[in-house]
Design a protein around this ligand. Structure first.
Ligand SMILES: [Zn+2]
Ligand SMILES: [Zn+2]
Length: 361
């Protein structure tokens, strides 16, 4: 048997030959870029019931091997002269290993699924995870956990229609910090679409920064924090409940230890992210006219608007300081008129390094 030519799509009954054909790998096959090549290798492994791992992947080549120790299967693709396509140069195409359990094939990552279901989601963005599951079962004989399919559908939607963050830009009232600004924007929305207006007004969750509590000092209106936690514990999510809790416990223990160690290297009074913010806001090239009314109050005028700043009460009429706990550009412009400022005193205590260290004790 010539190992270097093609992986035979040996059919075990259930699959349409064209699916096998579409996902077969051969020397000389070309792919749009390295990620479409990797996608093809994964699809092939899932169909053939084997495990593969990407052994090397850089600008000029991608090498994948079988996960089974001692199995000679191996594929090598190199960058073509056009600077983006990848071509299969070498293929050791026969597995001498027992293969893996198809239903739980680890190759079926959320990214792989998202790519495979893109057309389905494009035709029907509201397709249910159940329908996606049926589809993957017919095409790849995969039966995957509900949550994994759900996440893959989200990922496919995001790639097709943009992320929630980007979509927020279409609802200008979401990023307003004051009630006044919010009212003006929401009125504007009403004039464009009364339906959208009544939908937004009917939402029970807080989606505009103008309505956020001033005590929490949070100005994020996306759920990225929960999302990143979810993706971090991804592997654990498919486990039985006791193993899941134990795995998450272990991960959190290690993370806390790492963070604690990391925080000992911090030099300033504020957490590094906020030190960076202060550096940014104080070095902005924006020009402001400052009209001081008392030693701590001023009117700060920029090219587009004018705001009232009260540094003693951590207040600016733009609303950002009160919601986020961080001095806004207006406050920074006023404070910056004095030399030798203790910048950290204008930042909410929540952002102090010592507070961070306390919660890791
Ligand atoms: Zn193998
Ligand atoms: Zn301001």
């Amino acid at each position: 048997m010539n190992n270097d030519i093609i992986i035979d799509g040996f059919c075990d009954g259930g699959f349409a030959p064209q699916v096998e054909e579409k996902h077969s790998l051969s020397v000389g096959s070309r792919y749009e870029d390295s990620s479409s090549f990797k996608q093809a290798v994964r699809s092939n492994a899932i169909l053939q019931n084997f495990g593969i791992k990407i052994k090397a992947s850089d600008k000029s080549r991608v090498i994948a091997t079988c996960t089974y120790h001692g199995c000679p299967w191996r594929i090598h693709a190199s960058l073509c002269s056009d600077g983006h396509s990848f071509e299969v140069r070498n293929l050791q195409g026969s597995h001498l290993c027992p293969g893996v359990n198809r239903a739980g094939n680890k190759q079926a990552t959320a990214t792989w699924i998202a790519h495979e279901i893109k057309d389905l989601v494009k035709r029907n963005p509201d397709i249910t995870p159940k329908d996606i599951s049926n589809n993957l079962e017919t095409t790849f004989a995969l039966s995957l956990p509900y949550m994994k399919i759900w996440r893959s559908r989200e990922l496919a939607r995001e790639q097709l229609f943009g992320s929630i963050d980007e979509n927020y830009n279409w609802v200008p009232a979401a990023n307003c910090y004051t009630q006044l600004e919010f009212n003006a924007k929401i009125e504007e929305i009403y004039r464009i679409s009364p339906e959208l207006h009544s939908y937004l007004i009917s939402l029970t969750c807080k989606w505009s920064k103008a309505t956020f509590s001033k005590h929490i000092k949070n100005h994020y209106n996306t759920n990225n924090m929960a999302e990143s936690f979810n993706s971090w514990i991804e592997e654990a999510r498919n486990k039985p409940v006791v193993d899941l809790i134990d795995m998450i416990r272990g991960m959190m223990m290690e993370q806390r230890a790492q963070r604690k160690l990391h925080s000992t290297s911090w030099k300033g009074p504020l957490v590094p992210f906020i030190e960076d913010y202060i550096r940014d806001v104080t070095t902005k090239k924006e020009h402001f006219i400052i009209r001081q009314s008392t030693s701590t109050k001023a009117e700060v005028e920029g090219s587009f608007d004018r705001h009232e700043v009260d540094i003693e009460n951590h207040f600016c009429s733009c609303g950002f300081w009160q919601v986020s706990g961080l001095p806004c550009t207006h406050a920074a412009a006023f404070v910056g008129t004095n030399l030798h400022n203790l910048w950290h005193t204008y930042v909410d205590e929540h952002y102090y390094s010592y507070r961070f260290v306390i919660c890791l004790k």
